[in-house]
Ligand binder design. Structure first.
Ligand SMILES: Cc1ncc(C[n+]2csc(CCOP(=O)(O)OP(=O)(O)O)c2C)c(N)n1
Ligand SMILES: [Mg+2]
Length: 350
């Protein structure tokens, strides 16, 4: 086995964690972060009421992101905290964003579902199902024309498999040989609709192959399997062979925090939650002789790190009202007149 990586090392360079211990560390950080997001919600400190946790889907985020490199870009769907974290996001700034605070990635104006950061290649989370997909085609076209060698990856859920924009995007990516990859995180549900109630054709990779892409499906229980397939497909995409990967997993909890999943049986949920990629990696590490105390330390480090994100987010200031229109319009757009000034002007006219 390769030498153990520390949690600190994984924070600065998560994409270099090719060994199972590194992948486990990153998955544990994602899991713990999401648990803390749930806590922030229960405390009434999150901005808005819609929070979508990626618990159960950590192997998709960490496995795929471990195959990306600096300069690559990506978009996510509404369940994208884990993906951004796996790409190296600062969890404090993420939690502050989810709390709608000034220190967040978008100064609290994006919130959970609209986090973006060009510095880390995050072109934006998107609350519209399939909405983030076409942006990676544009990013792939730019990368190809400029010869940057970058790949652009769209992460989305199984619900987006029924959206027309995906097929327009896959067609164009294939036609123009773009360095683009499409990653479907198939957590078996789109809100309360099970995937086999949404479509007859559940072998999603076959649809991508029909459009001329390299298409694979993997079991998200095993992060190494995800990583291996992702590495091969990302490498291919980098040389102009666009790709599609479907990662099979289970959404452990409701669609959003208020959804108690009345449409699922307890037996189904119990069986689904046994498909736990974090527990699976831990068991594999123990089987391979990894010291349990080391794993406990990794878990403890993640808990300490993510506990602190709540304190950070709560202590962060609200964005001032005067900043309402900042970062919202393009740099060349004229700033709209503040509402208060407009009201004063209208009242003064009467
Ligand atoms: C175009 C569009 N239609 C409907 C919705 C409402 N909606 C929000 S999330 C969601 C389900 C998405 O399921 P999936 O893509 O599988 O992602 P998951 O929530 O499972 O991660 C729906 C229908 C939306 N946001 N956008
Ligand atoms: Mg889904």
């Amino acid at each position: 086995m390769t030498p153990p990586e520390t949690a600190a090392a994984s924070r600065t360079a998560p994409q270099s964690n090719t060994d199972l211990l590194g992948l486990y560390t990153d998955m544990r950080r994602v899991r713990t972060f999401e648990e803390r997001v749930g806590e922030l919600f229960v405390r009434g400190q999150s901005a808005g009421s819609m929070l979508h946790l990626s618990i159960g889907e950590e192997s998709a985020a960490v496995g795929v992101c471990s195959a990306m490199r600096d300069g690559d870009t990506f978009t996510t769907h509404h369940r994208g905290h884990g993906i951004f974290l796996a790409r190296g996001a600062d969890p404090n700034r993420m939690m502050a964003e989810i709390a709608g605070k000034q220190d967040g990635y978008c100064h609290g104006k994006g919130g959970s579902m609209h986090i973006a950061d060009m510095g880390l290649g995050h072109l934006g989370a998107n609350a519209i199902v399939g909405g983030g997909i076409p942006a990676v085609v544009g990013a792939g076209l730019v990368a190809k024309r400029r010869g940057t060698g970058a790949v652009s990856i769209a992460f989305f859920g199984d619900g987006a498999m029924q959206q027309g924009i995906l097929y327009e995007s896959m067609n164009m990516a294939a036609l123009w040989d773009l360095p683009v990859m499409f990653v479907c995180i198939n957590n078996q549900y789109g809100m309360g609709t099970r995937v086999d109630q949404a479509t007859r054709a559940t072998k999603f990779e076959e649809r991508a192959i029909a459009f001329g892409l390299a298409g694979r499906a993997v079991d998200g229980l095993d992060v190494l399997e995800v990583r291996e397939a992702a590495a091969e497909l990302v490498d291919g995409a980098r040389t102009g062979k666009p790709a599609f990967l479907s990662v099979d997993c289970y959404r452990f909890f409701g669609h959003a925090r208020k959804d108690k999943s009345p449409y699922r049986t307890e037996a189904e949920e119990t069986a689904g939650r046994k498909r736990d990629p974090v527990a699976h990696a831990r068991a594999a590490l123990l089987d391979a002789g990894t010291d349990e105390a080391l794993l406990d330390r990794i878990d403890g480090d993640a808990a300490t790190e993510m506990d602190a994100t709540i304190d950070f987010a709560v202590a962060s200031a609200e964005p001032p009202l005067s900043s309402m229109f900042l970062d919202v319009y393009g740099p060349d757009e004229p700033m709209p007149e503040p509402l208060a000034t407009r009201i004063d002007r209208v009242l003064a006219r009467e």
